[in-house]
Design a protein around this ligand. Sequence first.
Ligand SMILES: [Zn+2]
Ligand SMILES: [Zn+2]
Length: 390
Amino acid sequence: MRALTWHGHHDVRVDTVPDPEIINPRDAIIKVTATAICGSDLHLYDGVIPGMMPGDILGHEFMGEVVETGPKSTLEKGQKVVVPFTISCGSCYFCQKQQYSACDNSNPVDAQDLSEPLYGHAMSALFGYSHLTGGYAGGQSEYVRVPFSDVGPIVVPDHVEDEKVLFLSDILPTGWMAAENADIEPGDTVAVWGCGPVGLFAIQSALLMGAKQVIGIDHHPHRLELARSLGAKIVDFSRTHVGEALMEMSGGIGPDAVIDAVGMEAHGFAPDNVIEVVKQKVGVAADRGHALREALITCRKGGRVSVPGVYGGFLDKFPLGAMMQKGLQLRTGQTHVQKYTKPLLEKILNGEIDTTFLISHRLPLEQGPEGYKNFHDNQNEWTKVVLRPE
Ligand SMILES: [Zn+2]
Ligand SMILES: [Zn+2]
């Protein structure tokens, strides 16, 4: 089959690779009909996530048709399914608590050895996201093996277009959980750093949860425009002092909740960021944290901090003092996708949520490398790329 594979820094290719096969009784094989490139795939593209090996198949946002099932899969051939990017067994201590992204059984033991020294505990498995998270082949391919297919995939009605439900695989639940982690109360002012896909869906979710005003912060004019079209107020950090603007917009107290949807590759020319860009390039520090620092510093006293943005390593100059002295609460984590797919599918089907506005480009899988390059180089215009195997 054809699959999009990683070969190093800014080097992805479409290769011919062996078809996936059923390995475990709970597996299913999905024929991929649509798959998206995620902002977090760009961290792999930039080579800042450890544990990648040349030839790894990328992609953790995908959906398709069930074409083969293991004896213990609950899926049926021909069903249309969306697959969560988190691979979860459904029965361990964590899965029982619906903390699916902390599953203890999905990451094979040899891969756990990589993440345990780094994080204190072995990470759970994700599709197409390095050998730290299991080294599972991703879904930017014609076919993909889905482990624990009785737990993860959600069956969607045949008549619903792929593009309406594809983002249940990651970014819609991720934006929703980001807003949920911010404990939004009616009347809140919520500030969101980063108007990429997750930031935009967090904005949409925060408004649905009753926030009075949501403020999107970015510097790409088109992304800010999308935030505005969802009902957010906007701050362009390249023209406006973010802290002063947020104080003014929140009646002088600061936002009740702040959401960092930027993560470890923050942009901009603030001094802390310039130093960290250099450190990251020479491999001394893994994370750049300008957005997170600004979020913590501007958040009101007693406010809530939610971090859906991806971080991988250690962060210098973390303003723990501000957190402690202001009594902030911080919540973060990979998304417990399986917990959110059903309620969010309902909201899509009844018209409460539409995510198709985000898609800027549609390409055949063969043009995947072009999709990565443009999504990386032109974040203003390329807001979301959907790939289709032919
Ligand atoms: Zn993603
Ligand atoms: Zn589990």
